[in-house]
Design a protein around this ligand. Structure first.
Ligand code: GMT
Length: 378
């Protein structure tokens, strides 16, 4: 198949999933065309069967807000025609599903019937899509998609709850990891050697530091652990709330043991050094970073919200507590870290369970089957 993929190319779970899906599809013999405003952050410069088409939003003094969604639709239209694409798979509804619908309508004028698949990832449904400015267009664009997938059962339910979407069939296809990459045994414990220092426990957080991630809570949970045992917190990523997290570390007097590494593209080698992963987000439709941690044998401490309970098995591969309850999350973290035998059991089960339920090959095969059935139904 010839597949167009559009996603947010910057640091974030939906871009990571879309890119890794594209790479896997190309390895399985398909031709994959990324259509985005920038090279996706997890896409190496050259891979056989993978092409990148940049969307250029022309600048004109009249435009205070250059119309990216229109430029994207035009680029989609152009790439479909010039490369004979069979379908467009867009990740994150806004504005990608809308641009794909426009491209589809334009192509119809040329006698082409392109199939549009929209994968819903999270805040496109739970936050941004529910904003008054976007609600109607998000609902319209979802309903106009030929197929819709959501990354968790939670997100599927939330889509019906927020948008109604009469007549929509939303298929749940979970996110995935490549077991060969997220494998603790493959990497030297670089962080442990260079930052952690010997037997100190290493707690880790990876995100885009947006408000929903509650990075101050991450530091507060860590401070509770730090009061009980020698430990280090490693913060990977960057975003609007990084300053808040740094300030919280200073306020709590733990700043010497909190390390901010900034944006790092390959997190698997870092996760191999971690003892616990902290993800106390307000909401999380899936929690790809938590899955990457579990696959690396790192138990997860987080909140029992959204799709996270579909990923983390409470008491078995991690501990999920009420949102904002940093005391409870801190206690759970201390209990697991104090009990070496329990930690080992959780770590082993986390890696095994992630592989059993969310392995790349099985999930990519689900997308392939979806593409085949949508093309067959044309
Ligand atoms: O919606 C966002 O905050 C951004 C989005 C992204 O692009 O990273 O994250 C969502 O998609 C990820 C990949 O499917 C999920 O793992 C995240 O849970 C989800 N984020 C939220 O629901 C907050």
């Amino acid at each position: 198949m010839k597949i167009g993929i559009t996603c947010y190319p910057t640091y974030g779970g939906s871009g990571a999933v879309a890119t890794e899906l594209g790479i896997a599809l190309a390895e399985r013999g398909h031709e994959v065309h990324f259509i985005t405003y920038q090279q996706p952050f997890r896409l190496p410069s050259f891979l056989p069967g993978v092409y990148f088409h940049e969307v250029d939003v022309g600048k004109y003094p009249l435009f205070e807000y250059p119309p990216y969604d229109l430029a994207l639709a035009v680029r989609m239209h152009e790439v479909v025609l010039s490369h004979g694409l069979d379908l467009l798979h867009v990740h994150y509804a806004i504005p990608h599903a809308t641009s794909a619908w426009i491209a589809k309508e334009m192509l119809r004028e040329n006698g082409h019937d392109i199939q549009v698949i929209t994968t819903l990832h999270g805040t496109d449904i739970t936050i941004v899509g529910q904003d008054r400015s976007f609600h109607a267009i998000t609902k319209f664009s979802i309903e106009k998609s030929d197929r819709i997938t959501a990354v968790s059962n939670f997100l599927k339910e939330e889509t019906f709850f927020a948008f109604g979407c009469a007549g929509c069939h939303v298929e749940v296809i979970h996110n995935f990891i490549d077991p060969a990459i997220y494998d603790r045994s493959k990497y030297a414990p670089v962080i442990r050697d260079q930052i952690g220092g010997g037997s100190r426990k290493i707690l880790m957080h990876v995100s885009n530091f947006r408000p929903v991630k509650r990075v101050r809570d991450v530091v507060q949970i860590f401070a509770r652990v730090h009061a009980e045992m020698p430990s280090t917190l490693v913060m990977v990523g960057d975003g609007p709330d990084r300053d808040d997290a740094e300030e919280e570390a200073r306020t709590l007097g733990v700043e010497r043991d909190v390390h901010f590494l900034g944006k790092i593209e390959r997190v698997a080698p870092l996760l191999a050094s971690a003892d616990l992963f902290l993800l106390p987000s307000d909401r999380e439709s899936f929690g790809l970073s938590a899955l990457e941690a579990l696959a690396s044998g790192v138990p997860v401490i987080g909140c029992s919200v959204g799709g996270l309970p579909e990923v983390v098995r409470e008491g078995e591969t991690g501990a999920l507590r009420a949102p904002h309850d940093v005391d409870a999350m801190g206690r759970a973290a201390v209990e697991i870290l104090h009990d070496g035998e329990r930690w080992q059991e959780m770590s082993t089960l986390a890696a095994r369970d992630a592989r059993a339920r969310f392995s790349r090959d099985a999930v990519v095969a689900q997308y392939e089957a979806l593409y085949e059935s949508t093309l067959a139904s044309r």
